[in-house]
Design a protein around this ligand. Sequence first.
Ligand code: GUN
Length: 299
Amino acid sequence: MTAKIIDGKAFATDVRARVAKHVTMIKDESGITPGLAVVLVGEDPASQVYVRNKHASTIEVGMNSYEHRLDADTSEETLLALIDQLNNDPNVHGILCQLPLPDHLNEELVINSIIPSKDVDGFHISNVGMLSTGQKSMVPCTPLGCLMMLRDHHGSLSGLNAVVVGRSNIVGKPMANLLLRDSCTVTIAHSRTKNIEELCRAADIVVAAVGRPEMITGDWIGKGATVIDVGINRIPHPEKEGKSKLVGDVHFASASEVAGAITPVPGGVGPMTIACLLANTLTACCRTHGLTEPEGLTA
Ligand code: GUN
């Protein structure tokens, strides 16, 4: 069997186009332009790339982008004052504070200082609680992107066995809650799980979010299963000395021989994350102003 490749890049292009269309519609109808504020503290090179991409994508779909770059030694007081200002700014509908923050800043405190209605990352404790109790909330972007691709591939997810490998607050736990809400039977597996390979083999859906390059090989995957690979790991290139390459948490070559469908790395889940950030900003704007929410772009 050779798996169908789930093209996250094409899917994300379609999501961004749908966001752009809805943005145009609400601008025409209400004169309101959704706005996203991104806060970056320090000079982490990977974070700088993410923030640049987020800015460009936000502009591209017709939204306003507000970038705030602060020095690495910014005090907690200064950062909280900026977030307070953004919380109260009517032009800002979504706020994202790029993680990781420098060590002297308390990440939990900072995240929980963003008002839940503008928390487009879905990391605020109130959004986490609402998601886990099945209430309408802002949903973390990466799991939302995975859910959209799974719904598109399967139609209904009801009754399917899903194994989420990884228990992070950003991906594993919200992913499990979203799958549960769509009536999957969900197992969260992690580094201490016994018989992890067997559990994965019995699953209709495997979501890999462990951050370990190519850990999940083809013999872990059941015939015809759907594999969503959240991992983005840079490893030394096996053939080109001095070069590196990106791989997922799944060993693509072997897994794609048994799976029914699989996301590649790069070009799978990655592009969906920013597309879902834009979708979340639009959703936040619509909820704030009582406008029609975009269809198919929320959980
Ligand atoms: N850093 C890496 N991924 C993310 C993300 O999804 N949100 C935020 N705020 N920071 C990140």
